[in-house]
Design a protein around this ligand. Structure first.
Ligand code: SAH
Ligand code: SF4
Ligand code: F3S
Length: 440
């Protein structure tokens, strides 16, 4: 009988991808099969995130919950960014954890499950050329890591500390994986990295010269692949060549994530983002001039230390000008091993923005964004989109899929179309949801 694996994945797409690797490795090499029920699992894994303080704090109560309900000999492992960050401390703080595996040591999963009370969190470990077991489930949408780590030092961010220095994965490995996925039915590929468009800067072994734009172009030549998406690109590296490739290559989806973080040039400088408000708006303008219906998503932090009302108004101004299609917004959270934490807690050269003010700014930002979305979604009525159908709800006869611009669209129809790309005319808007009709 196969052993059962339960895995909980927190955090970003990078962690989702790591979980997919872990599952594939354990299925192929250790004969595990997935379960959705932690009570019947032989191995419980928590793939953690530490980008903000709150989810990290919840980790220990979660471990306690799993320890209470697990089978007698079941093991508990902690993986991901909090594992990298806290390492041994997790073992010291709780007896029920069997092992801790850092976000940069994913390929060691089949070894560590046989160990007792160890923490493997080597931040210099290089698994950029490791070939993981293939995912046998051939999903319509596949994810491929193109780089590991991050070479930036944004002053608020813990990620360089949890994922280490940036290394690009060899292009041939990426292309091979993409081809294999497409042969198994994948139609859309999401390329992943903390700074995808810095691809090609650092390899661990000698490699032909290649940048992100060229990689996109090479991947797009795979027959049978319909769509390419990527996350996250850094606004600083969005050069003209990249924008022209996105505009002209029909396989590259016309939806770009452009993490702004702040609209104030002064705050951007303190965040060490490397660009100004003007640069960001200039890149948006260039893209919009070449790609008329481009959808743009973003991440914004409010309440970064020293952020004034004027700084925040600059953020609202960028929102007004760009009218982002998706917005992930957060209140600044102080993280260890960051420059901003040093300013706040060691040098005491800056102060936190009052919680009440930060909360109010977050609300203003979200409210205005909701209004913009409602206004812009109404403009969708009558437009025709190509939808890749991903699922079918038989009870309501509803097909669901995404446009090239990453809008979620539902259509009343039969199930036979899952996996197909069809033209749909948008007929109705319900909140953020678009409803449409198939064009026969
Ligand atoms: N590499 C990506 C970001 C990954 S972290 C990029 O540069 O865009 C995902 C998001 O979490 C960030 O874009 C940022 O908005 C948010 N974030 C990171 N550190 C944070 C902190 N200390 N407090 C609040 N939000 C934070
Ligand atoms: Fe963090 Fe900045 Fe790297 Fe993104 S680019 S992961 S925000 S340090
Ligand atoms: Fe992702 Fe969270 Fe790590 S956002 S990179 S899982 S800290």
């Amino acid at each position: 009988m196969s052993k059962k694996l339960y895995i909980e994945t927190l955090g970003c797409a990078m962690n989702e991808r790591d979980s997919a690797h872990i599952i594939a490795e354990l299925e192929e090499k250790e004969h595990y099969s997935l379960t959705q029920n932690p009570k019947e699992a032989d191995l419980i894994l928590i793939n953690t995130c530490s980008v903000r303080e709150k989810p990290e704090k919840k980790l220990f109560s979660e471990i306690g919950q799993y320890a209470k309900i697990k089978k007698e000999n079941a093991k508990i492992g902690v993986c991901g960014c909090t594992a990298s960050h806290l390492g041994d401390l997790i073992l010291k703080k709780t007896k029920s954890v069997d092992f801790v595996l850092g976000a940069r040591n994913v390929s060691k999963i089949t070894q560590i499950i046989h160990e007792k009370r160890v923490a493997w969190v080597d931040i210099d470990y290089d698994e950029s050329a490791y070939v993981f077991s293939p995912n046998p489930h051939s999903p319509l949408k596949g994810m491929i890591n193109i780089s590991i780590g991050c070479d930036k030092k944004c002053t608020y961010c813990i990620v360089p500390h949890t994922r280490g220095n940036e290394i690009s994965i060899p292009a041939d490995l990426i292309l091979e994986e993409a081809r294999r996925m497409v042969e198994n039915g994948t139609k859309e590929i999401l390329l992943l990295g903390q700074n995808v468009n810095n691809y090609g800067k650092y390899f661990s072994h000698s490699h032909r010269a290649i940048n992100f734009t060229q990689l996109l172009n090479e991947i797009s030549q795979i027959n049978g692949l319909e769509r390419i998406r990527f996350t996250s690109p850094h606004p600083l590296h969005m050069d003209d060549d990249f924008i022209i490739e996105v505009a002209q290559n029909p396989k590259i989806c016309k939806a770009i994530h452009m993490p702004l973080q702040s609209g104030s040039s002064a705050i951007l400088q303190k965040m060490r983002r490397g660009y100004s408000k003007e640069w960001f708006l200039n890149r948006v303008e260039k893209m919009r001039s070449l790609i008329p219906n481009l959808s743009i998503g973003t991440d914004i932090i409010v309440g970064f230390p020293t952020e004034s009302e004027e700084d925040f108004l600059d953020t609202l101004d960028v929102l007004e000008k760009v009218r982002f299609d998706t917005l992930y917004s957060f209140i600044y959270s102080t993280r260890p091993h960051t420059q901003a934490q040093k300013w706040l807690e060691v040098d005491r050269s800056v102060e936190l923005v009052e919680e009440q003010i930060a909360k109010e700014r977050l609300l203003r930002l979200k409210d205005r964004h909701k209004e913009i979305l409602t206004e812009d979604n109404l403009k969708q009525i009558g437009r025709v989109h190509k939808i890749l159908f991903e699922s079918f709800d038989a009870t309501h006869s509803l097909l669901e899929g995404r446009s090239d611009t990453n809008k979620l669209v539902r259509v009343k129809a039969e199930s036979g179309l899952v996996g197909e790309i069809c033209e749909v005319r948008i007929s109705q808007v319900k909140g953020a949801q678009l409803l449409g009709e198939l064009i026969s």
